[in-house]
Design a protein around this ligand. Sequence first.
Ligand SMILES: [Zn+2]
Ligand SMILES: [Zn+2]
Length: 345
Amino acid sequence: MKALKYEGEANVKVVDVPKPSIKDPTDALLRVTLSAVCGSDLHIYHGRIPGCEGSVLGHEFVGIIEDAGSEVRRFRPGDRVVSSFFSSCGHCYYCRRGWFNQCASKATFGYGVHFGALAGGQAEFVAVPLADHTLEPIPSDLSDEQAIFVGDILATGFFAAERAEIEAGDTVAVIGAGPVGLMSIMSAQLFGPARIFVVDMVDSRLELAQGMGAIPINAAQTEPVEAIKIATGGFGTDRSIEAVGLLSAIETAINCVRGGGTISTVGVPNHTSGEFPYLLAWSKALTFRSGWCNVQAYMRRLLDLIAAGRLKPDAIISHRMKLDDGEDAYRIFNAREATKIVLTP
Ligand SMILES: [Zn+2]
Ligand SMILES: [Zn+2]
């Protein structure tokens, strides 16, 4: 089958690889109908994630069950499903407490040997471990494009907004208008804020954010903290969401928020450690939340919100390409010429 493989820094290729098969009775084999390129795939592309050489990439995908192991209870061949970007068992210590992203058996698709050595979904087929808990059925009235982002970026945006504790009438700053920032804005709107400010430097992304009801601030032209302070009577926003993955963005988020406010950070970190404005966070008595999304807790809810027309995540898709053109897709996405790229096999 065809699959997109990471071969080394800035080097991905569509190659022929053996079709995966069911190994454990809890596995399902999926015929992929749509996959997407994620911002966190670029961490691999830039050579920042060790142990990815030779991996089939891709952790955002939907498809049709081709085959299911003997212990898979929820699915049978022919079912349309969306996958979380990681697998979870549903019954370990963490899963029983609802923290699926800490699951003792978790593994991330297409992220190399240090994240569970799972082949990804930028391919014609993908094997999904612990299928009953990792996959969610797609309602028949939703398209693949509508459903795909509940497995990663939409769930992450919702998780960010929920953990920011947004209440009706609040002001919110979203730092970063990439795919996760845009999903955070869309999700934040569900909690009833009065105003959402969004900070980025890419005009096309800021325009999309404005279309979702956010107030754009181009950090290349305006000092964002200053602009937000002026717009909020000198106090800053009640909440801020960081969707970039840079300490400088976290610092902006902290500077934007008023004393007693909440910071919610979900950007995949670009550094392992660094300087943190500890004194400022302490003196402002901030609530600080961070983490990668607990996807399996949100997939069903988000599909229902999409079906009800209250979330339109497919609005951010800018490029529809063939898996065969995967090499181009990574180049374009890396150059920020695309907001979001989906691939059909
Ligand atoms: Zn991702
Ligand atoms: Zn578990």
